[in-house]
Design a protein around this ligand. Sequence first.
Ligand code: FFO
Ligand code: ATP
Length: 233
Amino acid sequence: MQNASDLDPIVQQKHALRSKVRKDLKAMIPEQRSEQDIAIQNIVLEAPWFKSSTRLCAYISCDALREVDTSKILSAVLSDPNTECQTKKKLYVPWVEDKNSHMRMFNISSLEDLIANSMNILEPTPVDAHGNQREDVMQASDPVDLILLPGLAFDRSGQRLGRGGGYYDLFLKKYQELAADQKWKQPLLVALAYSLQIMVEGVISVTSNDMPVDALVSPDGVIRISPAAFERM
Ligand SMILES: Nc1nc2c(c(=O)[nH]1)N(C=O)[C@@H](CNc1ccc(C(=O)N[C@@H](CCC(=O)O)C(=O)O)cc1)CN2
Ligand SMILES: Nc1ncnc2c1ncn2[C@@H]1O[C@H](COP(=O)(O)OP(=O)(O)OP(=O)(O)O)[C@@H](O)[C@H]1O
């Protein structure tokens, strides 16, 4: 039996681009990849928009998926504010709820709050070591100002191709609705990308569910895209 989506040209184009990018990522020389990981993270760590961020969502990079490394960023965010000269930031990280695109973002205060899930991605347990429920960003009384996103491919108009779960698309839609209801400033959506993940415009097919990003950080620097990015970055 053929699924209706198997016939959808957009679904097929996304599938083909994902395969191509996965192959290109696998072919990357490890030294070149780690050089880019360091460059991207240093750009983020030194950026005024990152330094001034007080609450953020970030992904826990998965080496097997060849995602841009976030470990330096996460360590800096979670480090003791007394030893690092930066303000303490509140961090929320993804937790996959089900296979129907539902993802939550839970607050963590240490990398020890993480365990590997069935996809071998580190994620928080919904309940902490003391038996307390972790704070869900959708229930928090204050907004996040920054979301660092993963993805397989991006273009200079902000289109993003994820891994096909629809997790970020659905989460971002719900979070933007919450922020609008609460009259909060929308968070800056910043994706981290290796150079080979930045495509020419038109290559990434999109549907109305796909949420564009405000900016990209690649080893060559920050690519500001939206008016919000030009105002705030
Ligand atoms: N680090 C990280 N955490 C994340 C995401 C992510 O992309 N990166 N997600 C963002 O959505 C959610 C999890 N979604 C995921 C979707 C697919 C795969 C995955 O392993 N995909 C394989 C192909 C699997 C298949 O085709 O059956 C792959 O991409 O190689 C992993 C996570 C939430 N947490
Ligand atoms: N806003 C939404 N509401 C409900 N389902 C959605 C929404 N956005 C995406 N989906 C579901 O997710 C599926 C995959 O979407 P898509 O290929 O755009 O994912 P993706 O952007 O690659 O993944 P991700 O957002 O996790 O990085 C869609 O076919 C759809 O079923």
